[in-house]
Design a protein around this ligand. Structure first.
Ligand code: PAF
Length: 283
């Protein structure tokens, strides 16, 4: 695995791979790599790509008072995990390389960014789109791999790629969970032992919602109430939202007709803000 923090060296390496007949698969990350990230790298590898992994803790996607300073930074462990998972190139730019002193240009997403996490994290998805667009211009991947856990991020990145006519396939990979159901997340590291135990309520709430739908409930309000009762077991916690939305448009689905819906939630336990979701096919 080659490692570089230099934009031109990154471009030269991917250009050489392209000339050698390889297609480029890209896994953008903020580090703190876990089994979820490894699954994205492995998928890109299985797809036969020359795999580029980036690690950059992107300041523009953190709001005031959020965890930019405390976000886990584990460069040695990340490099080892990226290599073991099959990365060919690890790109680790610094803040100056990505933004410079006077970089004021931003990529503003459309209305998709107003749903779900939008009201709770103003400016977050603008920061994500801005950095992902920059990384796409540097790496010029054929395909980029994202985890379904960040479902809203994937929908927004997909829309950006479509709207800006970027010739990049967006591949969504399944959520990777701990044995007790907790979705893998770098932010799980913030949880104390007690909070970690209570955090299992997120997955149980999603399962409860899916079960209610499977047993015939079609009123979202009722499903959400049942999910809320399970999340109350995680208390003390703060529920930012529990929602049932169209997985493509992220619009609320108050009544459930046939077809896929996404159950989504965001909950704060201790200092961690955790998100999770599940797609359910309504018969
Ligand atoms: O999902 C993440 O880790 C980040 O939002 C991303 C896509 C790397 C952009 O900073």
């Amino acid at each position: 695995m080659i490692t570089t923090s230099d934009i031109e060296a990154c471009r030269r390496t991917t250009d050489a791979a392209r000339r050698a007949g390889r297609t480029i698969g890209f896994v953008p990350t903020m580090g703190g790599l876990h089994a979820g990230h490894a699954s994205l790298i492995e998928r890109a590898r299985t797809d036969g790509r020359f795999v580029v992994v980036s690690i950059f803790v992107n300041p523009t996607q953190f709001g005031p008072g959020e965890d930019l300073q405390s976000y886990p930074r584990t460069p040695e462990a990340d490099a080892a995990r990226a290599k073991a998972s099959g990365a060919d190139l690890l790109f680790t730019p610094d803040g100056d390389a990505m933004y410079g002193a006077d970089a004021g240009t931003r990529v503003r997403p459309g209305r998709l960014a107003e749903a779900l996490c939008g009201p709770f994290r103003p400016g977050h998805f603008e920061g994500v789109c801005t950095v992902v667009a920059k990384l796409f211009h540097i790496v010029r991947p054929d395909a980029a791999y994202f985890g379904q856990k960040d479902a809203q991020q994937v929908v927004i990145v997909r829309a950006m790629v479509r709207d800006l006519r970027m010739p990049i396939e967006i591949v969504t990979c399944p959520i990777v969970r701990e044995p007790d159901g907790l979705a893998m997340s770098t932010r799980n590291a913030y949880l104390s032992a007690d909070e970690r135990r209570r955090a299992t309520a997120l997955y149980r709430a999603l399962q409860t919602g899916a079960e209610r739908i499977a047993s015939g409930e079609r009123r979202s309000g009722k499903v959400i109430s049942a999910m809320r009762r399970v999340l109350d077991e995680a208390s003390p916690c703060r529920i930012d939202y529990i929602a049932i939305v169209d997985p493509g448009t992220l619009e609320d689905r108050p009544e459930l007709g046939a077809g896929p819906v996404m159950l989504a939630l965001a909950v704060r336990i201790g200092s961690a803000r955790l998100i999770d979701n599940q797609i359910v096919d309504v018969p």
